[in-house]
Design a protein around this ligand. Structure first.
Ligand code: MLC
Ligand code: AMP
Length: 505
């Protein structure tokens, strides 16, 4: 029966009649949670949140270690009509301060070990309630959930109502909250389930974080809608994931996961014989990696392309040619074009800006109408900031980015954010952050720093100066002290020159 909550209904429909089927196995404890228990927990989370005063549209912010319990927390938030707002566990208190102040959640759930610090941050941001949840599923949230009455019925929410806000780094250094609706999430997962042929027989190895589109909406929503099962790894550990190939059918990963698995001597066709599908995305996978994976396992990785603002936009086909180096064809229902600066389509083979339109497209940036207007054309096309080209068969290749962005191991880092913090250090005149190639993470952050006369900062001092307030994955792996930054005649810093000069470290 349709309960009026679009996303919850779509998620619940997948496992109707399969209450006793396993939904998730915690690979750390071996504990199995069947669908019945999962939904009971989600109904209780919803009850607990409502008892705390959460009303439809309220944000529930979450910065918790990865655990099975984080899944019903997400689902319960949806069920009570609230907006899920997950945060990277690597964010420092200063970063969390910004998100809480900007999003004004009603409830914030954090790691118990961080509670004393984050409680103060939350209080300053006006958050009414702070709860805790650890990697074992214990904490004050679990206590509240245990005492709560489960909701009898989901709170109705329609297509355009918000289901989630995911912060993406901003070009100006200020993160932007991408507002995702019930329809965005439900439509995208349904399309992917069908395109990738996910069914109740599937067992997906889940080794990605639960705070991004990839690990949360692609992996969890697709599995729920298919009525399939998950093997949940709290972190990515290549040997442990390889061990699971015998018990699973599918893996979703960023390219770093695949290159690390390729370093495992035990990776071969025999080990991968139970697996039917390897999916990669969030960052470019080298053609060479595609071929190495095929040579070792007999499988072609299915590469797809997406973005927080758009969820998934393209995918290589399940049947038919998977073309290494491309990100495949637009998903059913998604419009995609490659255009010049004026918005006119460029010919096949030419490089232009990738633009996307469809039910997958977000509702705009939270409280940033100007930023939304900058990226969204009046007729609904969204400028992704990626540069691409289409081939004769309609396959898209991402050839670069017009946005100044570093993607490291699937995490996005906007150079401006790093530069702003370094520029604020005593003795620094200016800095430029840029990505340099890395065999493990694809790209890592490097910075060039110009010092004031007489300043005697070195690389370690620069890193130490920003470490307290910046998530560790954003910290520069290379720091180069230069007498001046290379500039063109217009005065613009030549990052391509810096990249070329320091590519080898
Ligand atoms: C961890 N570290 C990183 C890093 N991950 N540094 C740069 N880039 C990264 N991605 C740093 C830590 O801060 C730490 O630094 C050190 O590396 C070891 O940390 P770790 O936790 O042990 O790292 P590890 O487990 O090896 O993590 C690497 C990883 C992880 C690749 C498994 O980063 C990961 O899960 N990435 C996936 C991200 C993802 O899901 N992206 C999807 C975005 S959605 P120190 O200094 O403390 O030693 C999206 C849309 C789409 O893009 O299309 O999907
Ligand atoms: P995020 O903002 O974290 O959602 O990251 C989205 C960005 O990741 C996109 O705009 C692309 O630049 C990049 N991306 C995602 N998937 C791919 C892919 N398969 N190949 C190349 N880049 C990708």
């Amino acid at each position: 029966m349709y309960d009026g909550n679009l996303l919850a209904h779509a998620l619940r429909a997948g496992a109707l009649g399969r209450n006793d089927a396993p939904f998730v196995t915690d690979r750390t404890t071996g504990q199995v949670t069947p669908y019945r228990q999962l939904w009971q927990q989600a109904d209780r989370v919803a009850g607990a949140l409502i008892a705390l005063g959460v009303v439809p549209g309220d944000r529930v912010a979450v910065q918790v270690p990865k655990s099975v319990s984080a899944i019903p927390l997400y689902m319960g938030t949806i069920l009570c009509g609230a907006v899920h707002l997950p945060l990277n566990t690597g964010y420092t208190a200063a970063e969390v301060d910004y998100f809480l102040t900007d999003a004004r959640p009603r409830v914030f759930v954090c790691d118990p070990t961080e509670k004393s610090t984050l409680e103060q941050v939350a209080a300053k941001a006006g958050v009414a309630t702070v709860l805790t949840l650890d990697a074992k599923g214990a904490g004050t949230l679990a206590d509240a959930v245990q005492q709560a009455a489960p909701i009898a019925q989901a709170v109705p929410r329609g297509a355009d109502d918000l289901a989630a806000i995911l912060y993406t780094s901003g070009t100006t250094g200020r993160s932007k909250g991408a507002m995702l609706t019930h329809e965005n999430l439900a439509s995208n997962a349904l399309v992917l389930r069908d395109l990738w042929r996910f069914t109740a027989d599937d067992v997906l190895i889940h080794a990605l974080p639960l705070f991004h589109t990839h690990g949360l909406f692609v992996a969890i929503n697709v599995t729920l809608m298919a009525g399939g099962a998950l093997l949940l790894h709290r972190a990515f550990d290549a040997p442990a994931v390889l061990d699971d190939f015998a018990h699973a059918t599918a893996l979703m990963g960023v390219p770093t996961l695949y290159t690390r698995l390729l370093d495992e001597p035990g990776l071969n066709c025999d080990v991968a014989r139970n697996m039917r599908l390897f999916i990669s995305g969030s960052a470019p996978m080298l053609t060479e990696t595609h071929h190495r994976w095929h040579d070792r396992t007999g499988h072609w990785v299915l590469e797809r392309y997406g973005m927080t603002e758009t969820s998934m936009s393209t995918s290589n086909p399940y049947d038919g040619a998977r073309k290494p180096g491309t990100v495949g064809l637009p998903l059913p229902g998604v419009d995609l074009r490659v255009v010049d600066d004026a918005g006119a389509a460029v010919p096949v083979g030419a490089v232009g800006g990738v633009e996307v339109r469809g039910p997958n497209l977000f509702a705009g940036y939270w409280r940033m109408p100007d930023k939304t207007a900058e990226d969204m054309r009046p007729d609904g096309w969204f400028k992704t900031g990626d540069l691409g080209q289409l081939d004769d068969d309609g396959y898209l290749t991402i050839v670069g980015r017009s946005k100044d962005l570093i993607i490291s191991g699937g995490y996005n880092i906007y150079p401006k954010e790093v530069e702003t913090m370094i520029d604020a250090l005593d003795g620094v005149v200016e800095s430029a952050a840029f990505g340099v190639p890395d065999p493990d993470l694809g790209e890592v952050v490097a910075v060039a720093v110009v010092l004031a006369a007489g300043a005697n900062l070195d690389a370690d001092a620069v890193r130490a100066g920003i470490a307290a307030d910046l998530a560790r994955f954003k910290l520069p792996r290379q720091v180069h002290i230069l007498p001046a930054l290379p500039r063109n005649t217009m005065g613009k810093v030549q990052k391509a020159q810096l990249r070329a000069k320091f590519a080898q470290g």
